[in-house]
Ligand binder design. Sequence first.
Ligand SMILES: [Ca+2]
Ligand SMILES: [Ca+2]
Ligand SMILES: [Ca+2]
Length: 487
Amino acid sequence: MPLWESVILFYFQTQPTQPARLFSSFCSKQNRVRGIISHADLNMEEALKKLIIAMLTCICTALTMSGCDALSFSVGNLLSAPSIADEQAAIHQALIDSVGQSVTPAYPRSGDYRSAFIITDLDADGEDEALAFYTISSQTSDQVVRVSVLDMDESGRWYAMYELAGSGNYIDSVFLADYDEAVDIIIGFGAQAYEDKKVCIYRYTGGTLSAIYKGTYSELLRLDLDGCGADETVIVKKTGTSASVNVIKTLDGLDYATKERTLSVSASQIAGCRFGRLWGDVNALFIDAVNENSIAFTEVVWLDDEGIVCPTSDNQNLMFSTGRPSDYLSADYDGDGVIEIPVISPFLGYSALTMQNLEYVTRWLSYDGEARDFVVEAESYFSLSGGFVFKLPSRWQNFVTVKTNPDTNEVTFLKYDYTASGLDSMEMLLSIAAIDPQNKRLYENNGYEAVMENDFVIYMIKSIADESEPLLLTQDEITSNLYYISP
Ligand SMILES: [Ca+2]
Ligand SMILES: [Ca+2]
Ligand SMILES: [Ca+2]
């Protein structure tokens, strides 16, 4: 990967996961929130990355100062802006001074912030503090991760103000909820030895970090589950095989409302959570739970004035209609913002009774709020290994089957013929291959054409149907029905 690309990637990996939100935060709060990386050792490459991060941050700062609407900054701005590398080194040193020995920064694994040090106004008094996560370098890897708040004295020196032991070995995720008058510091802790993670919501007041909420979770999220315009804290948790959802809602950081609902699904594992549009203007969380027989079911939840709404727990038949193998997770396969649930059945010519390597039609279910039922939005071939969905045009439905070639990662669509002796003697219509970019030329020489690609895979197609074949697809039909789906 080119150095510049890796630097940009590094920059976003080390920043809150939503650069747009970060940028608007820059604009609205005069650069109150910044994520900083710390390393004990600086080698040349990292020093260079940090220099560029510092420059990018300075550019953001310059944009902020110029009102976000003009690209007017000078080298003078860049040179006079405080150096992030210096600031992180100062925070790191202040931690070492406070602890009395070397410390190792602990990086949150998910959530809005991926930095070991977060500089922001934690107590809403207009002055920045630093929130730091670390372990003691000399201790074993299963030690408790520590959380510190650092403050800055009049001379601009960082010093450790308050320190506590976290509820796990590592930081799973960090979210900050700013209510102008107060800030909720939401930290998820994980431990290698336990499946359940722990969430603590802290307040920093009077120089003390105190927990105002503690709980366990499988998934910790900040989502606008009721469409009010502000995010709630959403906790999906599992006790035995019983799954439940907790929602903690506040608009001002003073009055909190907590809602809880136990779901119908029997969950050995929460395989995934997707948030997106359900129906109309209702957004919902799609919780994919896998039961003891490795069957995945989806529970759909959102919040209204009455509490947590869950049609799939109100009507278990609805939930059971989402049953499928556990590697088929809910997704927005076509990128329109509406989440769909994939369910499967064997393609024509495949029988679960007589065959081992089945090929499936994947039907994408979306929710109809008026009918209060799932409807089949599309039929498709979904390649889990190839990372793509090919939606079957309506004139193909019930007339087409597939055969696959795992060696070439290729699927060939066939005109189904019930009189044929086998798949190999049916008329071929179209092949789609998901290939390594370095093999592109080889496929091109064999009559394939690239129709979609990313850094890791190229999707090549070859139309094989005769010109007179009614099931022949146009190039437009092929490309408009092909979707890349990230794993
Ligand atoms: Ca402050
Ligand atoms: Ca909300
Ligand atoms: Ca969709």
